[in-house]
Design a protein around this ligand. Structure first.
Ligand SMILES: [Zn+2]
Length: 394
């Protein structure tokens, strides 16, 4: 090592406070203190101080203010042996961090002292490349990507709404996608159900969706449920999932999904489409309303046209399904403001979005007091297609 470097290192060490592993452990037990790991990813993969924030030394100045916005926190910086952390600690002081120490002896010294460490569950190199645009966003990052990979999302319907939602949830790396659909691909579906293809006409939609998703992202496990959702199977089907996406087009199933989600306390990501108008909201999450808070019972059949009669612009479910998928990802990551207690209305002809406030009904028959504990005594009669009833009444 050159004399110039030795001199720089000596001056840097003199300018920062260095502590041994035992002292570092004591500091980290204080309220608000944080360990900052400035090593490279392949070193971090071998083990870390529990709870440490990781920013490689080369990105420190660029990323630390996002990761540690409070400059008054005690920061214990460590690398492998204590040299990079000394330079990093100096940089943090220069950025205005008031209480920074460098761990002398680094992670090796920490481990050697018998202090606790853990093996991080990290992404594979393939996954780091695939999700690199997520890893660059502080609100997602590696931790968020792992949450997505661990998440289990159930799509009810692999149709107009379920197709775009499934494609983008799969691309984003949501690790388990359940798909409930009892139908086969029909050529009249292909105008909007973009997960299917012409050559798969006649194939079960669940199977077609699986082929597309597996070709897109091998990280995703597709669980196909080629059944018609009923009150006999709904609770059992929903139970293994974190979030349910309602991509159905009939009232009976919509009420059934709502009631099952309320009983199981799972968020229900609602979307509906009609000609040029779409709607989306998040039901039964964060104490917000459910579908029956707005409409305690289905409309009479004569007011509900069938989907075949109603028609829909093929592009519309793309927009609405992706709003649903975005809400799913926000809930998994715990970021942003979910569409709870708000109904988003989209008018494709005017290109206008509006939001209406929705309130929970204290006397709601399913999420209010005295609500049934099972689906056994609830009647679900099929009254055909969804109409924009919410818009008319809200
Ligand atoms: Zn309710």
């Amino acid at each position: 090592m050159s004399a110039v470097y030795q001199d720089l290192l000596a001056r840097t060490r003199a300018a920062v406070r260095e502590v041994d592993a035992a002292r570092a452990r004591d500091l980290l037990e204080q309220e608000g203190a944080v360990a900052l790991d400035v090593r490279e990813q392949d070193e971090v993969d071998q083990g870390v101080v529990p709870g440490a924030v990781h920013i490689p030394r080369g990105f420190l100045e660029m990323r630390v203010e996002d990761a540690l916005p409070n400059r008054d926190r005690t920061v214990v910086v460590y690398c492998a042996g204590g040299t990079r952390s000394a330079f990093a600690a100096k940089a943090l002081q220069d950025l205005g961090y008031a209480d920074v120490v460098s761990l002398a002896g680094g992670f090796n010294g920490w481990k050697g002292a018998g202090l606790p460490w853990e093996q991080p569950r990290s992404l594979t190199p393939d996954q780091r490349r695939r999700y690199s645009r997520h890893l660059l966003i502080p609100e997602v990052g590696e931790e968020g990507q792992r949450k997505l990979l661990d998440a289990r999302v159930l799509l009810v319907g692999a149709g107009g709404l379920g197709s775009p939602a499934a494609l983008y949830l799969a691309a984003a790396g949501v690790g388990t996608l359940g798909v409930i659909d009892a139908d086969a691909v029909d050529d009249s579906n292909l105008q909007r159900q973009v997960i299917h293809t012409t050559e798969r006409v006649g194939m079960p939609k669940v199977e077609s969706a699986r082929l597309t998703i597996e070709a897109l992202n091998p990280d995703v496990t597709v669980v196909g449920h080629e059944v018609r959702l009923s009150k006999e199977n709904a609770l059992e089907l929903f139970a293994p999932y974190d979030i349910v996406v309602d991509g159905t087009d009939n009232f009976a199933t919509r009420y059934l999904i709502n009631d099952a989600c309320v009983l199981l306390n799972k968020p229900n990501i609602h979307g509906s489409i009609f000609r040029f108008e779409g709607q989306a909201t998040v039901f039964s999450a964060n104490g917000g309303p459910c579908y029956r808070c707005l409409f305690p019972s289905p409309p009479p059949p004569e007011l509900a046209p069938s989907c075949a009669e109603a028609g829909v612009l093929g592009l519309l479910p793309g927009t609405v399904g992706l709003i649903q998928a975005t809400e799913v990802v926000k809930l998994i990551l715990g970021i942003g403001e979910p569409l709870v207690g708000r109904l988003l209305l989209y008018d494709a002809l005017a290109t206008e979005f509006r939001t209406l406030r929705l309130r929970r009904d204290a006397a709601c028959p399913i999420c209010g007091p005295g609500a049934p504990a099972s689906l056994d005594d609830i009647e679900y009669t099929d009254v055909a297609c969804a109409i924009p009833a919410l818009a008319a009444t809200a």
